[in-house]
Design a protein around this ligand. Structure first.
Ligand code: SAH
Ligand code: SF4
Ligand code: F3S
Length: 442
């Protein structure tokens, strides 16, 4: 049972890196106010559920977990449950929580994250429920105070929100309109991170390519400004929308010494007809052309992607075009998803929805094609020695450490000591579809 005099917290995070980083920010706010992390959910006096709503199974998991806390709330009046993230940004979910989960203490959204300390203070002082949700992003000139998961690598937000309105996607509705931070404030944050020992930064935005600050600086300008910061060995970014991937960005892969040779370039479908219905604003040819130009500028660049199968109206022919694109590009890895209708998005109302069994069958066939490519790329690395940034002990087996190559490949390896946070040469002895095995070279 919890001890009500101890201020302990636990954050449950679903969804993407934006949410992971928001959770780091929330942890920072709590610890500034004297809260300490609990060992586990059961011991925590306060729990935050940081939610995702990109696909339907995320919803189901959310309501399932939320329901489990009801008993805890009834038995322990001091226990505080907070819900944030992309779920409460939707009116339907706000209504659902009001009607069926009225015992939630603090409900706030992705755009009111910074209000959390005031909401918590008000809840503790008055004992009353607190709700604060906005429909659009406030501009955040500065970010500070995150409690970062790692000492050696950090997420850095560069844009918030999304303006693209792909017809299947809920994100523009949950994260509001796109806003860019200023180049100056991002550079300042990265300098501070470097002085604290961070060696790798991951720049975050739903579409980093459309970064443009008040001074007219573009994403390539930002990358160039970050490349010279002493101590920063690796720069990554995600995600990049193929529709506005510029020649200047491609040139960065050739010119910048710290930009990792990896790009996550979601294609979603290999059929131009489906891409049009998805409102992606590029077609198959343009996408393949971007890939060709990237590989011309940087021959060993690793390319990963996101793909959706079973989008409304997708015929077997459309699907086979996706498979043929996957074979042609030969991705290093791909996240593959079954189309999930999201209420409030245009595609959810399209009449020609695809039956579940067809979607599953396509997913299986697609994964086979993806895995063939991934295996071929990885197999070609066997016998090489590559620099690996060590993240820590392997989660599965603590006799091993794990880390990432420049191309974002997961490497499990044996080491004579703990090299966490360092970039070390690892000799790759066995390369599989999803990971590489190796040994540190002395
Ligand atoms: N901003 C990023 C994507 C964020 S969502 C981009 O544009 O690349 C991450 C991935 O989830 C998307 O790339 C897409 O493949 C998938 N996704 C989004 N909405 C979906 C839905 N309704 N059903 C299935 N997959 C979806
Ligand atoms: Fe969603 Fe499209 Fe925006 Fe990505 S670019 S977040 S897929 S609407
Ligand atoms: Fe999910 Fe919101 Fe990220 S819907 S994927 S947590 S932007």
């Amino acid at each position: 049972m919890s001890n009500s005099t101890l201020k302990t917290y636990y954050i449950i995070t679903y969804g993407c890196q934006m949410n992971e980083h928001d959770s780091e920010n929330l942890a920072g706010m709590l610890e500034n106010n004297g809260w300490i992390p609990a060992e586990n959910e059961e011991e925590a006096q306060l729990i935050i559920m940081n939610t995702c709503s990109v696909r339907e199974n995320a919803d189901n998991r959310f309501y399932g977990t939320l329901g489990q806390f009801k008993k805890r709330k009834t038995e322990d009046p001091d226990f505080i449950l907070c819900v944030t993230g992309c779920m409460p940004q939707q009116e339907k979910v706000q209504r659902e929580i009001r009607e069926h989960f009225g015992w939630v203490d603090i409900l706030f959204g992705t755009q009111t994250l910074r209000e959390f300390p005031q909401l918590l203070e008000a809840r503790l002082r008055t004992g009353k429920k607190q709700i604060s949700i906005l429909a659009d992003n406030p501009v955040l000139p500065k970010e500070e105070g995150a409690k970062r998961m790692h000492k050696h690598k950090a997420f850095v937000n560069i844009t918030y929100g999304c303006n693209n309105f792909c017809t299947y996607c809920i994100v523009p509705y949950t994260r509001g309109r796109e806003k860019s931070r200023s180049l100056e404030s991002v550079v300042q944050e990265v300098r501070e991170l470097a002085s604290e020992g961070v060696v790798e930064i991951s720049l975050l935005g739903q579409n980093v390519n459309s970064f443009r600050d008040g001074e007219g600086n573009t994403f390539p300008d930002l990358l160039r400004a970050l490349d010279g910061i002493p101590g920063i060995e690796r720069i990554r970014f995600m995600t990049s929308n193929p529709k506005d991937l510029s020649e200047e960005l491609i040139a960065c892969f050739r010119d910048l010494s710290h930009l990792c040779r990896h790009i996550h370039l979601p294609v979603q479908s290999g059929s131009s007809r489906i891409l049009k219905r998805m409102n992606r604003r590029y077609d198959r040819e343009r996408y393949l052309d971007v890939v060709r130009r990237l590989r011309e500028a940087c021959p060993d660049i690793a390319i990963t992607t996101d793909i959706i199968v079973g989008f409304p109206g997708e015929t077997e022919e459309d699907f086979l075009e996706t498979v043929s694109l996957v074979r042609e590009v030969r991705y290093d890895a791909a996240f593959t998803f079954i189309y999930s209708p999201r209420e409030g998005t245009p595609a959810a109302t399209f009449p020609d929805q695809i039956p579940e069994d067809v979607k599953h069958d396509r997913l299986n066939r697609l994964n086979e094609a993806v895995n063939e490519g991934a295996y071929a790329h990885n197999k070609a690395l066997e016998g090489l020695t590559l620099p690996v940034l060590v993240d820590g002990k392997s989660r599965r087996d603590d006799r091993f450490y794990q880390g990432r190559t420049d191309g974002f490949k997961l490497v499990n390896f044996k080491a004579d000591r703990d090299y966490t946070g360092e970039i070390v040469p690892v000799h790759l002895t066995e390369c599989k579809t999803f990971s590489l095995n190796g040994e540190v070279e002395a």
